[in-house]
Design a protein. Structure first.
Length: 431
């Protein structure tokens, strides 16, 4: 197999860094961000760097700082590190441009383009965010980057949309995750596409290429009758997940695949690589390369999916996007998740098009923008800031612990009241 250089090569990387801020990544990211270079070296006659690199994070920094919106320092450090790493390991010393970055609480997305191609040509750059936590707060939700790449032959070109998400956790909350996804679809909105006569906002599906990834938190849900379902069978389950044959059998109980491929409730028109070929990305003991934490059943919580305008809804198992690589990276040990990475070879760009080619959706599926989107978003953002700054202040008072901060606050209030009462009593005793 060889890579056609006319076809865009996209690398997507996602990592839940477990609230570690700057400590969440080593300084050398070659294991995570250089698989593209290794793969493209043996798949093409000439070593080839990706045209686009999208890097998503969940739990980017401690929650109280994220809620307070104090993420600028962390995301700037991440940007500098990622940019230096992808350029350092580029096979032909390619240079990259940050097309856009966006953060909402702990969910972040940075998208880069090669300077000699998409990075230089990208236009109509937009970012969006939405929260789907309690009262639309941003502890869970999604962020997105969208941009257009004009045709070199003066056509309107194609639109790329990247969505990084963090959905509700815990195995029994599958219905909540499904609701999160539909909330993201209806509230992650963009202006109309170029050339459109409409003035109404559009959903993420109004695009030529769509990538949806992150800590989606879908779990393995074994029926009670399954031989590995009982808690005392957890060791046997782990052993089964250590082989590709065992993982292939257990993938049938993956909640995401069940809802997408069997029930059709979520991720309509999306395709995905063979995730069961790599070990579950969650849940690991901190500091361990390959040792699960038995507090949770292992699962493929971290996923990367994609859709393109040339794919047909009538053949949902086929795609014109070639999944060159899809794997987890075990070497990272500061989180209970492992980062995942995918290398995708897109179809050749459409030429001389008067309008932007868009995804074809299944018959009967017409996602509708939520007219209350802005009200919900900014209600959540206001609550984020109120909770975040209060939490931050209590943490400051408690020398790093909000619990001690609450105790210190009550001690201060008690001391103040004692002092005022004592002062009043002394005034009464004065002649």
């Amino acid at each position: 197999m060889t890579i056609d250089n006319a076809r865009p090569l996209v690398q997507i990387a996602s990592y839940n860094t477990n609230l570690q801020a700057e400590r969440g990544l080593p300084q050398d990211l070659v294991d995570w961000l250089a698989p593209t270079l290794q793969v493209s070296t043996f798949l093409s006659r000439e070593p080839r760097a990706p045209d686009i690199v999208a890097v998503g994070f969940q739990e980017l920094l401690p929650l109280h700082l994220g809620l307070a919106g104090l993420s600028k320092h962390v995301i700037e450090n991440r940007n500098a590190l990622i940019l230096s790493q992808i350029e350092q390991h580029a096979p032909n010393k390619e240079r990259y441009t940050l097309i856009a970055k966006v953060v909402n609480v702990g969910v972040a997305l940075l998208v880069y383009g090669r300077d000699d191609g998409i990075g230089r040509r990208a236009c109509d750059v937009q970012t969006q965010w939405t929260g789907c936590g309690p009262a639309f707060m941003g502890n869970k939700g999604a962020v997105s980057v969208r941009f257009r790449v004009p045709d070199e032959d003066s056509g309107v070109g194609e639109v790329y949309t990247f969505v990084c998400a963090h959905l509700t956790a815990h195995a029994p909350k599958n219905a909540r995750r499904i609701a999160d996804y539909h909330h993201i679809v209806s509230s992650l909105l963009f202006p109309p596409l170029p050339g459109s006569d409409s003035i109404a906002p559009t959903t993420m599906f109004s695009t030529s290429h769509l990538f949806f990834f992150g800590d989606l938190n879908f779990r393995l849900s074994l029926p009670p009758s399954h031989s590995l379902a009982a808690p005392e069978q957890l060791s046997a389950l782990i052993q089964s997940l250590s082989t590709e044959e065992g993982r292939s059998a257990l993938k049938e109980y993956d909640q995401l695949m069940i809802e997408r491929d069997m029930k059709g409730t979520i991720f309509q028109s999306f395709r995905e690589g063979e995730f069961w070929r790599f070990k579950c990305s969650y849940k690991y003991k901190l500091g361990e390369v390959d040792q699960y934490d038995f507090k949770r059943m292992p699962a493929w919580t971290d996923r990367i999916m994609y859709a393109t305008h040339t794919d047909s809804p009538d053949t949902p198992q086929d795609s014109h996007i070639t999944n060159v690589l899809y794997t987890a990276i075990p070497a990272y040990t500061t989180s209970d998740h492992k980062p995942v990475v995918s290398v995708l070879l897109l179809p050749s760009p459409a030429h001389n098009t008067a309008s932007v080619p868009v995804l074809r959706l299944p018959e009967g599926y017409h996602p509708i923008p939520d007219p209350w989107t802005n009200v919900k978003k900014y209600t959540g953002r206001t609550l984020d800031r109120l909770v975040g700054y209060t939490w931050w202040l209590l943490t400051l008072l408690g020398a790093g612990s909000a619990i001690f901060g609450i105790g210190n606050l009550f001690l201060s209030i008690g001391a103040y009241r004692w002092w005022t009462v004592r002062s009043a009593d002394q005034e009464l005793l004065l002649p």
